[in-house]
Design a protein around this ligand. Structure first.
Ligand code: GLV
Length: 315
């Protein structure tokens, strides 16, 4: 599906709109651009625009004359839930690859856990010499949910450090050079039993919402859970019980059901949990703008970029 060409007027709804607009007009001087934080975008802006570039939908009743939306994030759930962007508006996700950065986020958490980085830092603050068994990543088993761009980059780093890496995906497919085996999502609870690391890189769709709930968590045997996809893929309210029961030995969470994570969440004070504020894979100005320009050029050539979102699949 392609939007009606020509696309001439673009609204950028992002905090970084000034830098993005400067980059976009340098790349495509023929475009007219209006930029604002998305909370300040008006009905008039959307009536003026052919295309919209941003992470979230402005809280306005319609998208005006916008015929194409490009999400600056890889996850497009905020464009599909709770209200779906009308299907006649083409939705693309940014072509920018967040895999390499998220892979480093996951690897840093795994290494921090096996080398007991937090415990040693606490001991150091107390001037306490506290030898304890530190482990290695080598020889452990990582189960990666999602075998797309992000999951593949994560799997590659863990495999490079000597882990066995199992992929889990809707299709049961994944790069054989990275994953020693790939199973379908129905087998998740089965492979979770053996996982030292359960690493979530999934988009939020009706099929993934709550996927890591009671059945999967209670199948875990001292697993370390990491989530860099979307918070609602995990039943977050169950995490304290999963940690206390020893199903999980720890967790590194970058995404949450509600963001910012409410100050009242018990996860903040749990020393077994490493929290980061949705920074595992960050959109860059160049990546977002070049990705927009790339998709626009493809539409102009009559091609359909592979970043057009499949509305039924949700990504
Ligand atoms: C960030 O969360 C993204 O979807 O890219």
């Amino acid at each position: 599906m392609a939007p009606l060409i020509p696309i001439r007027r673009v609204v950028i709804g992002q905090n970084a709109h000034v830098a993005m607009a400067a980059q976009l007009s340098a790349d495509r001087p023929d475009l007219e651009i209006r930029g604002k934080p998305f909370t300040e975008v008006t009905d008039d802006d959307l009536a003026w625009a052919d295309a919209y570039l941003g992470f979230k939908r402005p809280a306005l009743p319609t998208m005006g004359n916008v015929r194409w939306v490009q999400s600056t994030g890889a996850g497009v759930d905020s464009w599909l839930h709770p209200v779906e962007l009308p299907r006649e508006i083409v939705l693309t996700r940014t072509p920018e690859s967040f895999g390499p950065m998220i892979a480093e986020w996951a690897l840093s958490r795994a290494l921090a856990s096996v080398t007991k980085l937090n415990e040693l830092a606490a001991a150091q603050r107390e001037h306490r010499w506290a030898p304890s068994d530190v482990g290695t990543l080598r020889g452990t088993h990582a189960v990666v949910l999602g075998t797309g761009d992000v999951g593949t980059h994560v799997g590659r780093l863990f495999a490079a450090l000597g882990c066995r890496v199992t992929g889990v995906s809707r299709t049961g497919r994944g790069d054989p050079a990275v994953f020693s085996d790939v199973v379908s999502t129905e087998s998740l609870a089965h492979v979770a039993v053996e996982a030292d690391w359960l690493i979530l890189t999934l988009p939020l769709t009706p099929a993934t919402r709550g996927l890591v709930g009671d059945t999967v968590l209670s199948a875990c045997r001292g697993t370390f859970l990491m989530n860099a996809g979307r918070g609602a893929v995990v039943d977050e309210a169950l995490l304290p019980r999963a940690l206390d029961a020893g199903w999980l030995r720890g967790a590194a969470l970058d995404v949450f059901e509600v963001e910012p994570l409410p100050a009242t969440s018990p996860l903040w004070d749990d020393p077994r949990v490493m929290i980061s504020p949705h920074v595992s894979g960050l959109t860059t100005i160049e990546g977002a703008v070049h990705g927009f320009v790339e998709c626009l050029a493809m539409f102009e050539r009559g091609e359909t970029p592979r970043w057009v979102v499949d509305r039924d699949r949700g990504y």
